[in-house]
Design a protein around this ligand. Structure first.
Ligand code: NAX
Length: 327
């Protein structure tokens, strides 16, 4: 049997946490043969609620759950951790300006980045889910200068999965028949779901859809505004689907994609005209515990415009937290 690995989840008593922890503990993220130790971080006032969640974890008697840590101290939560899912963040409260939101989250992700830098396993895989996810990942990455930048990623997988599902519905095919989906940019309504390289059951997706107006005026905004549509319908933001996307992201990163493209928010190396150092949704493949950028794709004028618009938003977010980025 394998030795247990350590998985940190922050914001573990929140709604995404409640959909996430049980699936990690049951082996859906890292495999049915991989024991895990859960290291759960919450803010002090939420520790009693976290205790209740941990009682439920105990009551599942998961064979793969080798231990649970509950703490409000990032240096304990991230100690020797192999996988860190940064879910907890400061939500926007009524009347809060974007600037204040960036500032509040800046404080959280600077502290957590430093703790990762100081105590996590050197090959820790970090996934930032808490919004604004790309910029929070940027802050954490810059607060952890001793860790490789490739260790830090932001979650665009929910957007990717939404893009797959909408395209499957439109074409009447199964999601499993779709290859080479991309969602470029920020995890925000400016994201750009790009189906130019997609095939659906072996056929070119653009040709199969054969309706550019639908693609531009319905598909792209439907995917981009899906989060708001969920809030409107459910009265709460996406939680089970967000947890599912986090599982997909980490599983693929750890266990590989067998050549299949997936979208991850990763630190740009300057490819595709995205400035070096920005955390941007990009197509990647994963193998051997590493992600690799899909390179050499042609960018047409429409795509350039879309990719620059979402980049512009990310650049503004970065400028808003510049004082937290060191250097
Ligand atoms: P909840 O408010 O239900 O839970 C968040 C939890 O984080 C709370 O229990 C809170 O006490 C905790 N927390 C806050 N600050 C913390 C800190 N400094 N350290 C540790 N824990 C802390 O939110 P939930 O619905 O679970 O969403 C979590 C985050 O995911 C939000 O920022 C949300 O915007 C973001 N999302 C990101 C998505 C993505 O695709 N990247 C999609 C879903 C979701 O909207």
């Amino acid at each position: 049997t394998k030795a247990p690995v350590r998985v940190t989840v922050t914001g573990a008593a929140g709604q995404i946490g409640y959909s996430l922890l049980f699936r990690i503990a049951s082996g859906e993220m890292l495999g049915k043969d991989q024991p895990v130790i859960l290291q759960l971080l919450e803010i002090t006032p939420s520790l009693p609620a976290l205790k209740g969640v941990v009682m439920e974890l105990e009551d599942c008697a998961f064979p793969l759950l080798a231990g649970v840590v509950q703490t409000d101290d990032p240096n304990i939560a991230f100690k020797d951790t192999n996988y860190a899912l940064l879910v907890g963040a400061r939500p926007r409260s009524k009347g809060m300006e974007r600037k204040d939101l960036l500032e509040a989250n800046g404080a959280i992700f600077t502290v957590q980045g430093r703790a990762l830098n100081d105590v996590a396993a050197r090959d820790v895989k970090v996934l930032v889910v808490g919004n604004p996810a790309n910029t929070n990942a940027l802050i954490a990455m810059n607060s952890a200068p001793d860790l490789p930048r490739q260790n830090f990623t932001a979650m665009l997988r929910l957007d990717h999965n939404r893009a797959l599902s909408q395209l499957a519905t439109r074409t009447g095919k199964a999601v499993t028949e779709i290859e080479k989906m991309i969602v470029w940019g920020n995890h925000s309504p400016t994201m750009y779901p790009d189906i130019r390289f997609c095939s659906v059951a072996g056929q070119n997706a653009v040709g199969l859809v054969n309706d550019e107006a639908w693609y531009r005026d319905t598909y792209i905004p439907t995917v981009g505004k899906r989060g708001a549509a969920i809030i409107e319908a459910r009265g709460l933001s996406s939680a089970a689907s967000a947890a599912n996307a986090a599982i997909d992201h980490m599983r693929d990163w750890a266990l590989g994609t067998n050549g299949k493209w997936v979208t991850m928010g990763v630190c740009s190396d300057g490819s595709y005209g995205i400035p070096e150092g920005i955390i941007y949704g990009m197509p990647v493949t994963c193998a051997g515990g590493k992600w690799e950028l899909v390179k050499g794709l042609e960018i047409d004028a429409f795509s350039r415009e879309k990719m620059d618009a979402t980049l512009q938003e990310l650049t503004e977010e970065r400028d808003g937290v510049k004082h937290l980025l060191g250097k």
